[in-house]
Ligand binder design. Sequence first.
Ligand code: JHZ
Ligand code: ZN
Length: 408
Amino acid sequence: MNCRVCGEDGVRSFLDLGKMPLSDGLVRPENLLGPEPTFALEVAFCPGCRMVQILEDVAQEVLFPEDYPYFSSFSDQLLAHARRHALNLIETRSLGSDSLVVELASNDGYLLQNFVEAGVPVLGIDPAPAQVQAANDKGVRSICRFFGRELAEELLAGGTARADVIIANNVCAHVPDLNGFVAGMKALLAPDGLITIENPYVRDLIDHCEFDTIYHEHLFYHSCSGIERLMQRHGLHLNHVEYFPELHGGTLRYHVSHAAGRTPELEAYLAGEVADGVDSFRYYEGFAKRVEQLRGDLLALLSGLRAEGRTIAAYGAAAKGSTMLNYIGIGRELVSFVVDRNTHKQGLHMPGTHQPILPVEALVEQRPDYTLILAWNFKDEIMRQQVAYTEAGGRWIVPVPHPEVVAP
Ligand code: JHZ
Ligand code: ZN
């Protein structure tokens, strides 16, 4: 297949997860017996532009239906991270009542609400109707659309000012036409404006065996080497990078503008990627073996506990949780239910493996002996909230980078 970004052939596959259901395709109880679509899921590296990508295309309307269940506001850690980012931008960019901040994939307004509070005008853009409604309900002006070059031009023609800041968090993995998306950002950005982009770092994905963050919604897995080339294609410049090791298993925030120039931090990241081969196929080659090893280890741990008569539940009906359960083959005989505090997910069932999703109180009420943390990226926050479960003797299993029983 040809690369989704540079169009060259020669894209090289390095991990085949087989046929998988859609990660956010939570199943309604009345549909449990019906057919559930599955789609191949295979990851590859493009030597031409360094972009790591999956080979399959699932239609956007199927991936992001009207009842798309992900709401950003259910993690305190994420809310705190977003608030720090907003306050920092207001200060360093001297934003005020005559500025404009545009967020792409603004979800329920979890980030833009901080600008609104400070009197800075905003525009949120997101294709998920319920999330856009929730944002508007809290006073965060948002429109329900997919973003790309066309929408950028439509907005400008309709009188929207060029943006002083454009924020694109956890969305550059999701857009099939990444070139159109970046061209849209370029068009919409004020001459001296700043774009910040956050994504999980593909280097952490490989180093810490975070294979479960691979699912059909995530078409791309980003690095500095890939983002720099992508921006160059569109006459934009990657200037700076910041690292957040605790966020989503390791996140990079890229700073992009119309002006050339690299900070020493960015130079160091780029040089490190070249030195360690992150910008070449060899970094990805041995990954499939390590994923298989993790599968064997986690299955052995869970089956061993069940054989001793222990009960096991899971925490977090995350998209990545679906990849974990389905790829490893963790059915209801191993893990009997999943808890999640997102009320939109409760009452539904996990894709493929069909564990029911219950409110988090079920952990204390049903007291499973062990709880597998599927949302391992929030493990500290989750264990802090669940002191009563731990004190009642409940124990925790974290699946990555190696499956292990952890003490809070
Ligand atoms: P969470 C998300 O992926 C969404 P997901 C998206 N696919 C993306 O790109 C990545 O992030 C980067 C719940 N929870 O956010 C909330 C509690 O119940 O890690 C969520 O359902 N209690 C767009 O879906 C789930 O866990 C808590 O205390 O893999 C976490 O899912 C906390 C903190 C979370 O990722
Ligand atoms: Zn390419």
